[in-house]
Design a protein around this ligand. Sequence first.
Ligand SMILES: [Zn+2]
Ligand SMILES: [Zn+2]
Length: 401
Amino acid sequence: MHFLCEEAQELKQELIAWRRSIHRHPEIGLSLPQTAALIKNALSEMGLSPKDCGTDGCTGVTALIEGERPGPVLLLRADMDALPLMEENELDFKSEISGAAHMCGHDTHVAMLLGAARLLTAHRKEIAGTVKLMFQPGEEGYNGARHMLEDGLLENPKVDAAIAMHCLTGSHWKTGTVLTATGLLAKASADAFTVTVNGLGTHGATPEHGTDVIRALTVIAQELLSIRSREVSAFTPAMLSVCQIHAGNADNALPDSGYLTGTFRTFDEGVQALFRRRVEEIAVQTAKALGTSATVEFRGSLAPTRNDPVLCENVTGWIRELTDPGYQDSIGPVTGAEDFSEISRRVPSVYIDLSFGSADEGYPYAVHSPRCLFNEDALPVGAACYAWCALRFTGFDIPKA
Ligand SMILES: [Zn+2]
Ligand SMILES: [Zn+2]
């Protein structure tokens, strides 16, 4: 076993304790005071000087691990927010907060990055450069990365490159498998939209006396779903889903208004702009043609997350050095989105995934399921991954065979 994996194994109980404590007390959004306090206490105990980082009440935390020699600066990111879900697992450390749960596994990310901090502080002598730890609130739709960037995340010292890691469960990869990208695209862009249609409600028996918003909503939904097939090349990955339609509350009355919502994803900023323009045009003009009116609101708007070609190749090699045979694989782009995109568009970056259990091992549910479970055996692997990439990036040489 790699020496750093052995050192990480010795931290396993501590990693589990951090993870379970955060799991019990999940916090949602940009302001995560309890989670930030746990992180700052743990970092302070290691002799580090954690700093608050974030605008508009965003409780991000950063800390520097400075090597004994000068060199480049690597940012390691862990997001730390929970989802607005009710956990359906019966665990000793089940979420104690109603309507909040760590079902995207960001509790594991925090524990692993704290573990990496412990490993790296013990190896300070071997670091030529600086490792900047980034603990980020608000990944799940709150643009937490942007709020930390606005507060100088990439300055003092200037960050040269960044690595993020995300847990994965319910896949076919066994626990502890580390996945690096096959190409330069990691995660899709994401924009959410709401189309609100207003018309004139009337008795269901006399639709000619009103203007039908149900008809407008269904025609708009059909046309939005056709943008991808009629206006985007078959060779360009892109998708749009209409995910909600709400209107009316009686069998025999047509409502005055209704709305639909959805999301579109792509890896191409030109296609992202096309979707945005066409959703607006189709909604407004279709509604008008059917005697109603529509307004469109967009939210989120994350750029695609990209891997840097050189860093990606290096990280893949470093993970191979660290992991046992059979515990490294590659992963193609996914249509999930990440606000790490805000960092990957500014500095060379790489996104890594780590399996916390396969369906065969008894972990059938993917992240965002209220029943998803995480095999904690992966925690030391993740801590070692963060730390090994940081050591290799900052000049740690392995003897040539
Ligand atoms: Zn998530
Ligand atoms: Zn997540």
